[in-house]
Ligand binder design. Structure first.
Ligand SMILES: *Cc1c(COP(=O)(O)O)cnc(C)c1O
Length: 370
């Protein structure tokens, strides 16, 4: 075995690549603009604590996670930077407060529940961020609700609006530029109204990775990046400037020579058109290589050559065509990452890098490279 060669399925997480991506994204924003690192979903399927620790060292100003327990995990890992919980539920407010997490308040229901909880605990000016709906129609207050919520907030001494934010629906899609500009305009108006009613200013933030890249005029006080930190910028030009942080590697478990007409894998969806060599890899849909990647839609890299995935992906295994690739059992296989874009792998199967990289299951060992 060559040095550094893997001997099992591994997700390598390169913190130097993360640093490169962070510095690139930072170079796109004004030096006074704050940077929030989105580390939800195990930091996009990698390792939330390792990624957040590195970003904290690099000077990230804020973190965001989707759910309260993801924030608790970061606190347990020693992260002290403020953490915004994008989608908390009221049942977790006790835990959220105990862990010094900042809730995104997106509805009257959660606002009332949070005011009650902070009053019950006799807290003063606990920071919250208000989520505003500017057109994604997912979470957030609509403009007609603002006057009423500002009134409620002004009545309550237990909370304070530290930030207000919204999320763009199509920041990566320049054919939707007119819609995005409308969202930016709406966000500006809603913030102005809130500032007037609250008679206080707060942090405003709107852009995700593609927003940072495509809408420099809309960076406001802080930007939020997730996918960019992992090396994907939703356009080939930006991808060239970034380095994939996570690389999914595996090995060849077994090689078979099969005759013309034989089938491979469950339900016999692949028949050999000629005598072929196939390799079986210890990686399946339970590891995050979903069935959509099978049936020759995607391929893996073996000795720098592409080996198509043939037949159906099994739970713990997948078979690839290595007829034209000189290789042996035990050789290294790259599924996606450095040198093999997760974006094109995902696109070939009709999905996006976000879904592919966040799907690598917890069964796959993570290896941090620093
Ligand atoms: C996930 C998420 C982000 C990060 O988006 P990227 O495209 O990965 O940079 C930013 N803001 C919100 C509200 C999110 O849910």
């Amino acid at each position: 075995m060559k040095p550094n060669q893997v001997n099992e399925t591994l997700l390598e997480i390169d913190l130097n690549a993360l640093e490169h991506n962070y510095r690139f994204l930072r170079s796109l924003i004004h030096k006074n603009t704050l940077f929030l690192g989105v580390v939800k979903a195990f930091a996009y399927g990698s390792d939330a604590v390792a990624i957040a620790k590195k970003l904290e060292d690099l000077g990230v100003n804020y973190f965001a996670v989707a759910y309260t327990k993801e924030g608790v995990n970061l606190r347990k890992g020693g992260i002290t930077t403020p953490i915004l919980v994008l989608h908390p539920q009221s049942v977790h407010f006790e835990t959220l407060i105990k862990n010094n997490l900042t809730p995104s308040i997106y509805s009257n229901f959660v606002l009332d529940a949070f005011i009650n909880k902070t009053q019950e605990k006799k807290l003063q000016a606990y920071p919250i961020h208000l989520k505003l709906n500017t057109g994604l129609n997912r979470l957030g207050f609509d403009e007609p609700e603002l006057e009423n919520i500002a009134h409620k907030i002004n009545q309550s001494k237990s909370i304070r609006v530290e930030g207000a934010f919204s999320h763009l629906a199509a920041s990566e899609d320049l054919s939707e530029k007119a819609f995005t500009l409308q969202q930016i305009e709406k966000f500006t108006q809603m913030c102005a109204l809130l500032e007037q009613k609250l008679t206080a200013s707060f942090l405003k933030h709107l852009c995700n990775t593609s927003g940072i890249i495509n809408y420099p005029e809309a960076h406001f006080d802080m930007v939020r990046s997730g996918i960019g930190l992992h090396g994907y910028g939703n356009t080939p030009e930006i991808d060239k400037q970034l380095i994939p942080t996570a690389t999914l590697k595996t090995i060849i478990s077994q090689i078979h020579t099969i005759s013309k007409g034989e089938s491979v894998s469950y339900n016999r969806k692949f028949f050999a058109p000629k005598t072929m060599r196939t390799a079986t890899l210890p990686l399946g849909h339970a590891d995050g290589l979903n069935r959509i990647y099978g049936l020759e839609k995607t391929n893996v890299l073996i000795h720098n050559k592409l080996a198509p995935i043939i037949g159906n992906v099994c739970m713990d295994m997948v078979m690839v065509d290595i007829t034209d690739i000189p290789c042996e059992e035990g050789d290294e296989v790259i599924v996606f990452g450095k040198g093999k874009s997760a974006e094109s792998f995902a696109n070939n199967a009709g999905t996006i890098s976000y879904e592919l990289i966040t799907s690598v299951s917890q069964r796959v060992k993570r290896k941090i490279i620093s």
